[in-house]
Design a protein around this ligand. Sequence first.
Ligand SMILES: [Zn+2]
Length: 290
Amino acid sequence: MERAAGRLIDRRGALAGLGALAAASTGAGAFATETAAPARLVQGGFAFGRTKPRAPISVDGQTLGVTSRSGLYLVGFDRDAPATTVFGAYVGGQWRTRTETIAPVSYDIQHVDGLPPETVTPTKPDIIARIAAERVKKVAAAESRDDSEDFKDGFILPLDHPIRTSPFGVQRVLNGEPKPPHYGLDLAAPQGTPIHAPAPGLVVLAEPDLFLEGGLVMIDHGQGLISFYLHQSRVVAKAGERVRRGEVIGEVGMKGRATGPHLCWRLGWRGRHMDPSLLIGAAAPATLTG
Ligand SMILES: [Zn+2]
């Protein structure tokens, strides 16, 4: 399936894909010194690239910051990304662009019943106000732009023995009501199971008990890539601290909108919703090849 094809890219496979792509991207208009991974781009996925350090980059005509200190960048693709995208980098006094194809993913429909009604369609003014106030904190944290390369070695799984209960992107019907898609990957595990940071990063939010998310941690991995860990029974990480890959950031719980203990693992890039599992085992290009 589309998802499986991109999900289990190991380091060797990603690098093999890089060689093919680099060879294919030397035509007019391509970046002179750039590679990208994985070889096949999908909705909810990503592309890594490397070009000149601190080069301005653009996506679909919009300028979005600069590459890292060593020239790395990451671009995320939304769940419903269009079939093509155009990357640009300002290198050697000119914009160089390349057009990439993004493969579509088909998403199932999932029904979830038995959720607390106020978490599906809030009616009480105090709860509506609380959700709005908590949203402001989440939006502010998601705007963090740490200048790091913490994304470059991809992710490991945040739980040791998870059971995937709800994949990324499914259409959701909650307590019988059609709702927006599921923008996370749900991993079931017993209450109290340690949650590990899947990559290094800067903790930009660590809240013990939000109304919808319960205990929530958000980590900035650089280049605008932000991961989310929801429904925690206990939050260990603290906002403003740096975490190492594998460090415990909290414990699995069922606080907020949940019917049982699980980790809802989410990933975002500049407002786009991504599938975090696609970054497991991925690796950014180590060197320039052009
Ligand atoms: Zn979820």
